[in-house]
Design a protein around this ligand. Sequence first.
Ligand SMILES: [Zn+2]
Length: 141
Amino acid sequence: MNCQLCQKELDAYRNGKLPGDMMTQVESHMEACETCSGIYRLLELAETVINQEKELQPDPFISTRIMARIDNLEDYGYKPATAFIRMLKPVLVTASIAAAIFFGIMLGNLTRPATNKETIPVELALIDDATIESVNILSNE
Ligand SMILES: [Zn+2]
């Protein structure tokens, strides 16, 4: 029996699943070997801790106590902002989409050739703003 074999069989040894002669071999090796008996003790300790954790029951009053704590927070002036955020979300989404479109147009304009910049469409140049927006038309009637 060497250490490697002993450590491989430790789990089965602990659960009593080894054949009789292997049990005695592991036992006698651990009596002689400090390392393997140390590992065995660690395994036992881990098992104990795990079993203790399994026995822990969730506190049935935990939710009640948490809710009470939240109520206290509200008493101290803490206002949950969830309703406000829920209302604000669609607005923010719309605003960010609008901003994205706006910046897209801006970028498009920036990359446009500079020679195009000052040209006004002929149709627009022909429109006489003065007559369209004249108040005189209204006052003559
Ligand atoms: Zn050993």
